[in-house]
Write a protein that binds this ligand. Sequence first.
Ligand SMILES: *[C@@H]1O[C@H](CO)[C@@H](O)[C@H](O)[C@H]1NC(C)=O
Ligand SMILES: *[C@@H]1O[C@H](CO)[C@@H](O)[C@H](O)[C@H]1NC(C)=O
Length: 388
Amino acid sequence: MDCLRSLLFFLPLLHLAAIQTYTSPPGSPGQQAAFVPSGEFHPWRLPSGPQAWKDVLERMKAAGFNAASVYHHWGVTEPKQGSLNFDYYRSHSDFYEAAKEVGIFVMAKPGLYINAETTAGGFPGWTTNLAAKARTNATEWTNAWTPYLTAAAKAVAPFQYSSGPIITVQAENEFVVTSSSNPGRSEAMVLAENTLRNNDITKVPITHNDPGTNGRFASGLGMVDWYMWDGYPNGFQCSNTELWGEAAGESKEEALIRGEGSNYASGVVYQNLYMTFGGINWGNFAELTVYTSYDYVAPIKEDRTLMPKYSEIKLQSHFSHTSPDILVSTSSTAGTTFTNNTNVYTTLLTGAPSGSNLYVVRQTTNKNTSPVTFNLNIDTTQGALTIP
Ligand SMILES: *[C@@H]1O[C@H](CO)[C@@H](O)[C@H](O)[C@H]1NC(C)=O
Ligand SMILES: *[C@@H]1O[C@H](CO)[C@@H](O)[C@H](O)[C@H]1NC(C)=O
């Protein structure tokens, strides 16, 4: 499954320069680090087009998101083999242009496979008539996708950072490496990466999104520049939206926010909230596990009104922007002894050159749904302090 995940990315420790401008994508080795709170948004699920896209992107930016992660849909673009159509809501470059005007980074994910709980995972219907096995290096399959991925790469190329907003390009999504039961997979990954590189995707990192922390394409044949993976806060299941793991019974907004607390505590630098704007499964977009709305308690609702989670996300995003030490800090100790309440679990992040300590505080278990009162004991440059 693919839904409601956060796309996570660890960086090695980076030095934090004083400059405020980037010369390559945030997080690149040797460059200024930046926390990238990204939000997932699928333009084709908002078919009203660029004006509506800009409205959503403005709302995301106002919440402190500095990037949008975007799946494009091959099946939308090439409903008939050989007939590529990038007009209007199908356009990739109109979306990149909208993001450029708004001033928000883009993590571009043109497919080929996107999952995204959409029919055939985004593959055009006609691909199911091909004799070749999908997602392998079989010649017929390669020939089927090459025109689309080539066109998608050409759409990305002029918008690569720093000429445009695109900071990463995904070569494949939720893919497996070659094994005896899955021949030709890593080889297909290499073909996709070469198609991107040969069409001028040379300035930004190529990524893979692993459905879990399996290390797929983090090394070996088909290795990507930046490895990313999915995490599912509170065991959320796309097809059973009332079930939230041990958080069952509490509000969905709270459950999601807890999940993010753990990401900060473990040093994640890129974090993508899936979904941030979910939109609509119009036409035959929905695969059978999901419903017409693709909201998944997104902070920005299908009709673009703001949900309660929006305010909490805004607080977290703005903290990450104003406290860059979070980028260069790592977990040192954790437990329930930082406060006077054993229902509160604290992780201390240390290691920033400034000497600052960061404390990530959350409920010990998601079963606790009532407010808790506690004192937090912290170490400061001025000595020990108890808050409040
Ligand atoms: C697919 O990859 C395998 C393993 O490298 C190779 O033997 C085979 O020839 C490749 N197929 C094509 C069509 O290139
Ligand atoms: C912890 O300290 C707070 C603030 O002084 C107090 O209100 C609370 O009762 C204390 N909790 C426990 C479990 O001692």
